[in-house]
Design a protein around this ligand. Structure first.
Ligand code: GDP
Length: 193
């Protein structure tokens, strides 16, 4: 998709605030600082529509970005919460679980991981959660520009093996710096939308 228009709509803390036009939604999940905002910005050719986080784990809201009156990107607050209380963490879990398991508009989840490192335990938990509830997902392994090209395949294999990806799971090597993987990611989204 060629994006000319993208707009931040709302930081929602409860379902009543979710948009109600019935447009397809794609949620971005991943640990804090992995590059979710940068992914969104690159996909829509913006420098900073999606706020790149300076305080990891502090955004406890679902951030809705409307793309071309065609779909929403929903930035899910990152997991990995050194800085939030147990109570906040529980509240987070509830909101996300309810959203992921009941939101009819949700087409798929893009699980963003860092290509440089093996997926974390939280990444594995999220992937297993999505599989358990049969929620379509694709893996975006980002920050590919930070490792040499010759090592991409090796790192991709580690991501696949650590998450125990199924045969038909898509994995996209991505870079918000170079735009690598952007076309493939859009093709996957277009297919689902
Ligand atoms: P978020 O917390 O998941 O939304 O992460 P951000 O998008 O704010 O990114 C966290 C940091 O990683 C920022 O300093 C970004 O500039 C950097 N970053 C994100 N994606 C990439 C990438 O593909 N390549 C490089 N080199 N840096 C990236």
């Amino acid at each position: 998709m060629k994006v000319n228009h993208a707009e931040f709509i709302i930081s929602a803390v409860k379902p009543e605030q979710y948009p109600d036009e019935g447009l397809p939604e794609f949620a971005l999940a991943g640990r804090s600082n992995v590059g979710k905002s940068s992914f969104i910005n690159k996909m829509i050719n913006r420098k900073s529509l999606a706020r790149t986080s300076s305080k990891p784990g502090k955004t406890q809201t679902l951030n809705y970005y409307k793309i071309e009156d065609a779909l929403y990107f929903v930035d899910v607050p990152g997991y990995g919460f050194a800085k939030v209380s147990k109570k906040e963490r529980e509240k987070w879990g509830e909101m996300i679980e309810t959203y992921l398991t009941t939101r009819e508009e949700l087409c798929a989840v893009l699980l963003i991981v860092d290509l440089r490192h093996p997926p974390t335990n939280d990444d594995v938990l999220m992937y297993d959660f999505l599989k358990y509830y049969d929620i379509p997902c694709a893996i975006i392994a980002t920050k590919a520009d930070k490792i040499p090209k010759g090592k991409w395949e090796k790192h991709k294999k580690v991501v696949k093996e650590t998450l125990k990806l199924k045969q038909d799971d898509e994995i996209v090597l991505f870079s918000a710096e170079t735009g690598m993987g952007k076309d493939k990611a859009w093709r996957i989204l277009d297919k689902w939308a």
